[in-house]
Design a protein around this ligand. Structure first.
Ligand code: ADP
Length: 214
């Protein structure tokens, strides 16, 4: 599924870049719209593959000693443009010196990335997100707090269920497949960690990821 969709992306990209000759404004607009649809399709395919892999117990973690502060800062740097486009500010607070943890960088980073992306997605423009790294007992804590639409207490367990989306004022416009948090929870648990959530409708949500440091 991924290979043919990637082929479409490559050739549409070449068309847009003018490798097939100059396009009229309308042709370019159509090609750009097709490119964006194809990107969404690729994201869905990647999500489905990730879930299939985790459900089959085929995720193999390669853990290494990682500076969590650098990892979180890196994710924020990469998402900066998205926050700016949504007229949001993201602040980073470090309450401790660097925290070294044994994690699989690729998977753990994708999980943090997904939760920070959700914080932005489910927060209206002009409001903010704050990310804090701290140490509590023998665990590293990454807390992601937004001022967004919030989640009703009855729905909090459901958001970690596969293919489950919860309706909120932004859910239709931002889109999604309801897979992200299911996958993130599995990955954090494979690191012997946990995810907890507190939320107030209309005020915001805080996701707390705890990872044991031993
Ligand atoms: P998706 O974003 O594709 O719907 P997720 O699994 O990432 O899937 O999230 C499941 C649901 O949890 C979302 O549909 C949304 O209703 C809710 N949700 C996740 N993160 C937040 C957040 N930061 N604020 C409010 N609701 C959230």
């Amino acid at each position: 599924m991924r290979t043919p969709a990637t082929g479409v992306k490559q050739f549409l990209g070449m068309l847009i870049e003018g490798y097939g000759g100059a396009l009229t404004d309308t042709q370019k607009k159509f090609a750009e719209t097709a490119y964006e649809s194809n990107e969404r399709q690729l994201n869905i395919v990647n999500d489905l593959l990730k879930v299939a892999q985790v459900d089959a117990g085929k995720v193999i973690l390669t853990k290494e000693k990682v500076d969590l502060e650098a990892l979180v800062q890196d994710v924020l740097e990469e998402q900066k443009t998205k926050f700016t486009e949504r007229q949001q500010q993201v602040t980073y607070n470090n309450t401790t010196k660097s925290i070294m943890a044994f994690v699989d960088v690729r998977h753990f980073r994708m999980a943090i990335d997904n939760i920070i992306d959700n914080a932005s997605k489910y927060t209206e423009p002009g409001k903010n997100v704050s990310v804090t790294l701290s140490r509590e007992g023998g665990s590293a804590i990454i807390s992601i707090e937004d001022q967004g639409v919030g989640i009703a207490s009855d729905d909090i367990e459901r958001i970690f269920t596969k293919f489950t989306r919860v309706d909120n004022p932004l859910s239709v416009s931002v889109g999604g497949s309801g897979i992200g948090l299911y996958w993130c929870k599995k990955i954090v648990e494979l690191h012997n960690g946990s995810i907890s959530v507190t939320s107030v409708i209309g005020k915001g949500t805080t996701f707390i990821i705890a990872i044991p440091l031993k």
